[in-house]
Design a protein around this ligand. Structure first.
Ligand code: NDP
Length: 311
């Protein structure tokens, strides 16, 4: 038995698929699937999604925790974290899937498909003259690994794209903004806003009544990051009043979205069940293996998370 083992914990991911993918990338890695962890002192790495309270403290030699997903908000708000390095998953497959969802949602509005869907249900031929894509201003909140991939895909298609992040960015074809003023400018000029910032104490209810009111009347919102970035009560109100004409929502403050929630009844909302992007073990295992190789050499893992900033 090695003393350089990884513990895998998830009740939703396929442990065997991960074990096979990791074996292909890093054959010398001893992968142990919880609860069959053997001697806890052997464990140096954890690849985990939503483990029970006290999980990390069980392993005295733990060095690295890799969150089994891109969003680390649930991990970062735990009160049982131990002082080790934290990383998260990201891979080209996840970026491509997220970009495909965002391109679909934005294009559906830009090409008036939502109007034709309703017209078809009424049995009516409703002609709406198409608009060139460069006339359509799209704002992307968050220009990280997923936000930048989505913003680039939209820019490549010909949309006018503005993005917003904490630090300045230089992305070809994308106007980059930062700070509160940058956020307000982006909201004021974007016909379609895509939300791809992580949920942190700073971004909780980033879009409330005031921010939604800054958007041009009849604007559209696409939220693919985390539900609590948007004040859901204010969102429902904006969708009822017409301040927001449409929303495509993949994430919600409570998931699954509870039966009877007002969003279910709104005809101008497209709801998908948190499926915008997923991790494919065969692709993501490459980065997990590389992170472990790096940590073995005393280097930082890929996609490292900074617990102080929360993402
Ligand atoms: P990253 O950490 O790579 O990027 C986050 C981006 O948000 C960065 O550009 C960052 O700025 C910006 N940001 C963070 N905090 C602030 C702030 N306070 N003000 C302004 N900008 C801020 O994350 P990813 O792109 O990989 O993922 C984004 C989110 O997508 C995840 O956190 C997760 O919640 C969600 N997700 C949803 C999925 C789904 O299926 N619906 C699947 C996967 C992820 P800077 O660049 O300056 O650091």
């Amino acid at each position: 038995m090695s003393q350089d083992a990884l513990v895998f914990y998830s009740r939703v991911d396929n442990a065997q698929a991960w074990q096979a993918a990791l074996a292909a990338e890093l054959p010398d890695l001893d992968v142990r699937i919880d609860p069959a962890v053997g001697d806890p002192a052997d464990i140096r790495y954890a690849l985990a999604w939503a483990p029970p309270a006290g999980f990390f403290a069980r392993f005295p030699n733990l060095e690295l925790v890799i969150n089994l997903g891109a969003g680390v908000d649930a991990l970062m708000k735990r009160d049982d974290l131990v002082p080790v390095r934290f990383a998260r998953l990201n891979d080209p497959g996840m970026e491509a899937m997220m970009a495909s969802y965002v391109v679909f949602a934005v294009t559906r509005y830009a090409r008036d498909i939502h109007i034709f869907e309703r017209a078809k249900r009424r049995g009516e031929w409703e002609y709406v003259h198409p608009r060139p894509l460069f006339e359509i201003k799209v704002g992307v909140l968050g220009l990280g690994e997923l936000g930048a991939a989505a913003a680039k895909a939209l820019a490549n298609m010909g949309f006018s794209v503005t993005g917003w992040s904490r630090s300045p960015k230089d992305i070809p074809g994308v106007t980059a903004r930062t700070g509160r003023e940058g956020l307000e400018r982006l909201l004021g000029e974007s016909e379609i806003v895509v939300c791809l910032v992580p949920l942190t104490p700073q971004t909780h209810h980033l879009l409330g009544e005031r921010e939604l009111a800054l958007m041009p009347p009849g604007a559209k919102l696409v939220n693919v990051s985390r539900g609590a970035l948007v004040d859901e009560a204010a969102l429902v109100e904006a969708l009822r009043s017409g301040q927001l004409a449409e929303a495509t929502l993949d994430v919600f403050e409570t998931e699954p979205l509870p039966e009877g929630h007002p969003l279910w009844a709104l005809d101008n909302v497209l709801i998908t069940p948190h499926v915008a992007s997923i991790t494919v073990p065969a692709l993501a295992a490459r980065d997990v293996a590389e992170s472990i190789r790096r940590v073995r050499r005393g280097l930082a893992p890929l996609h490292e998370v900074d617990p102080r900033r929360g993402y």
